[in-house]
Design a protein around this ligand. Structure first.
Ligand SMILES: Nc1nc2c(c(=O)[nH]1)N[C@@H](CN(C=O)c1ccc(C(=O)N[C@@H](CCC(=O)O)C(=O)O)cc1)CN2
Length: 284
């Protein structure tokens, strides 16, 4: 039976620490850290995530601003909003909620965000820093995965890690983070042959493919640490991960659930990144 690691619980711990740090700043009469979130259009899932981000900021005492733009926003208008936020000295972190409505170029928007305010860690400068092992902003979901691994007491050094999925948002950066901590990393994707056997070699298995319950017990080595990044809706509209929990849990050593696993950690890591940006802006 696996030990189930709840990101929701880990998040509570980290957010309590962040609250204390916010309290100390407020007590000292300092300017408070501020996150600006841009949401274009009316995608219900995106709206719920940005609401979660605003609530989390309020919960720890961080300032936030939600900039809602209509579905018909043009690329130029969106770029102008980013430029205004880049210039605003009260704003420490900027993110544009993804995905953007069809017709808008997210890569261009991300490149426009000042790297020192890019708390999503998606700007090419920050991507490069991750690959060069320099200090920059690391994407929030991969950072959350690593924090959960550390909380499991799993040290990636010398371990075999398999990452299922190669997206820029999760698969590629989490693979790099694991490599940076000296794991032996394999990235699997839709063209990988013998997928279950490759995955079953892993001491650490990160599932980030976006296919509901794809990972069953045959993909998992006895005692492995399994981190489920999937956010899929089944036919009943219920949230399910990429991992078939009922099948994998008896075999794994550690497992994260969906919901209440990696998802809440994404927002908690965003708060941490925003505080980091603030401290850099304040020259701390
Ligand atoms: N600009 C960004 N866009 C997106 C990111 C991102 O990091 N930056 N990640 C995802 C969405 N996301 C945050 O933005 C996110 C996803 C899931 C959760 C979460 O807490 N999920 C809960 C369940 C919530 C539900 O019931 O739907 C959980 O897993 O327990 C938070 C944030 C894509 N876009």
């Amino acid at each position: 039976m696996a030990q189930v690691i709840y990101g929701s619980e880990v998040s509570k711990d980290i957010r309590a620490q962040l609250s204390e740090q916010m309290e100390a700043l407020r007590g000292a009469g300092a300017r408070m850290p501020k996150l600006a979130v841009i949401l274009v259009g009316n995608n219900p899932a995106s709206l719920s995530y940005v609401t979660g981000k605003e609530k989390a900021c309020a919960q720890v005492g961080m300032e936030s601003e939600l900039i809602r733009l209509p579905e018909a926003t043009t690329q130029d208008e969106l770029m102008a909003v980013v430029r205004r936020l880049n210039e605003d000295p009260a704003v420490d972190g900027i993110l544009c909620q993804l995905p953007l409505p069809r017709g808008l170029d997210s890569a261009q928007v991300i490149r426009e965000i000042r790297p020192d305010k890019d708390v999503d860690g998606f700007h090419p400068i920050n991507v490069g820093k991750l690959y060069l092992k320099e200090d920059g902003f690391v994407p929030c979901t991969p950072l959350g995965c690593m924090e959960l691994l550390h909380r499991m007491g799993v040290n990636p050094s010398g371990k075999r890690a398999v990452v299922l999925g190669r997206s820029n948002l999760v698969g590629a950066p989490v693979a790099r983070l694991l490599l940076n901590e000296n794991a032996t990393v394999t990235i699997c994707h839709s063209k990988t042959e013998n997928l279950p056997q490759v995955c079953a070699e892993a001491d650490i298995l990160i599932a980030a493919v976006g296919r509901a319950k794809m990972v069953t017990a045959e993909y998992v080595k006895e005692g492995a640490a399994v981190i489920d990044v999937g956010i899929n809706r089944n036919e009943q509209g219920k949230l399910v991960g990429d991992v078939d929990f009922a099948s994998v849990e008896p075999k794994a050593g550690f497992i994260t659930p969906v919901p209440k696993g990696v998802g809440p950690m994404t927002i908690t890591m965003l708060l941490k990144n925003t505080l980091k940006a603030y401290r850099q802006h304040e020259g701390e």
